[in-house]
Every structure is written in C-alpha cells, then in structure tokens.
Ligand binder design. Structure first.
Ligand code: GLN
Length: 247
C-alpha cells in the first residue's frame, strides 16, 4: 500500500518546520511496511489534486499568506471538490486560516476559497501558549504550541478539540480548530504529528480507507517515548493550573 502526500507551498508556508509533520506521516507508514511518496508544490505550480491522498498546508506569516492566497484562488474549485470527495487534509495555523472565507489582518483582507465556513480576524494581542486539547477522536490529550494574531470563528463547524489549557480559536470560545469531512484544521503547529501520534495515525487511516477500503487498519506502534512526552506536558500544565486555582 502506498500514499501520495502533497506538501502545498513549502517555500511559503514553512514557519514551523512543517516538513517534520511530513516526515512523521512518511515514517509511520514506512514502519508498517507501506510506502509514502511526498510531492512538494511550491507557489505557482499546478496541483493535480486527484493524484493525491493526503495534503499538508502549513503555517506562515501574514505576508506569506497574502502570496499564497493568490495561488489558492486559482486552485479553489479543484481543491474544494477534492475536499468534498473526502480528500484528507491537515491545515495548520496560517493554512487553517486560509481555508476560510477571509482573514482580516491589521492591514488588509486576505480572501480565502471558503472550503470551510469560517472567518478570521486579527487582534493586536497575539495568542501565544503551549496548548492542551481534549478531543473525542483521541484517547490521549492533544498537546502543542500556538502563536497567532488571528481569531477564527467557526460557526456551525465541529471543533478539533476542547481547550483544556491555552487559547484556541478565539481565546474565549473554549474550542480549537475544525474537523470537517476528512479535513483537520488547527492552530497547533511545530511538531504536531510527532507529539501526537494518534493524530498522525488518524490522518493516515482516513487516507488509506479512502484509497483501499473501509476495512483498512493500521497496526499499532509502541509510541512509548511519545506517551512519556505527552504525560510530561499534561502533568506540567494541568497540575500548574490546579495549583494556581487553589491560590
Ligand atoms: N499569520 C497568522 C496569524 O498571526 C498565522 C500565523 C501562524 O501560522 N502561526 O494569526
């Protein structure tokens, strides 16, 4: 079995080492004896969506997002059709914001393709924090880091998770990200997938099932070190929260 993974605009949306997330997808397939072909699509290249099983759209600064928006506008219809037909997409931070109707920054409004029924508005105080989520999709808490000026309003969409520690979509809604069809969109950037192997396997399983049928499963990996890391983070922040609320 083999998955083709498209990395969209790696030359522009590369703020947080998104290649690490690609490596994680690749490795976790290879460790199970499967193949992964990674195809980078720098800005301006034409994207053959039908050829792809999984896409990563990474994070970027407002400036890069403005540049990417032009390419996304050209690709909008094909991208939207691919998502509607169950294409598996991970969109992170700037990439998450770009899937909506618009992102209003301090200086301009960046129009998006409206793949998700969401919009984002910038505020001067950035939301910067380690973050912990609870999600019905996963057994373990999802841990990560967020750094965004945009506040994302997700309307009727289902969130990716409930914020246990950190800010999330707006800093006040109590929720983070969006899950829609096979799209996972989130503010958690950097090594999201290495830190959260369950999230990685969830994406892989969705893509494998779409391609090879609904019975396809992934054999478990040990993930011992990943669990130790996850526990360290949750202990650190959730215990700290309990201590400070006792004051
Ligand atoms: N430029 C966007 C913001 O500041 C997204 C940044 C990012 O990808 N971290 O909200």
């Amino acid at each position: 079995m083999k998955l083709k993974i498209g990395h969209l605009y790696p030359d522009l949306l590369n703020l947080y080492g998104d290649r690490g997330n690609i490596r994680c997808l690749q490795k976790r397939l290879q460790w199970r004896g499967m193949e992964a072909e990674v195809i980078p699509y720098p800005g301006g290249s034409s994207i053959d969506f039908e050829n792809l099983d999984l896409i990563l759209l990474g994070g970027g600064s407002d400036r890069e997002q403005e540049l990417v928006c032009r390419y996304l506008t050209t690709a909008a219809t094909a991208f939207k059709d691919w998502v509607e037909s169950g294409g598996v997409l991970l969109a992170v931070c700037g990439g998450y914001q770009l899937l909506g109707h618009y992102y209003r920054t301090a200086d301009t409004t960046i129009e998006g393709p409206g793949i998700l029924d969401i919009y984002t508005e910038w505020q001067p105080e950035r939301l910067v924090s380690d973050i912990i989520l609870e999600s019905p999709l996963f057994h373990d808490p999802v841990v990560g880091f967020e750094n965004h000026g945009g506040r994302t309003f997700i309307g009727d969409h289902k969130p990716f998770g409930k914020v246990i520690y950190g800010y999330g979509n707006t800093g006040t809604s109590g929720y983070e990200g969006v899950v829609y069809k096979n799209v996972t969109a989130t503010y958690l950037h950097g090594p999201l997938l290495p830190k959260n192997p369950e999230v990685c396997d969830n994406l892989l399983e969705r893509a494998l099932r779409r391609k090879y049928g609904s019975q396809t499963t992934l054999e478990p990996l040990s993930d011992k070190l990943e669990h130790v890391a996850n526990n360290t983070i949750t202990d650190r922040y959730l215990n700290k929260k309990k201590k400070s609320s006792r004051k």
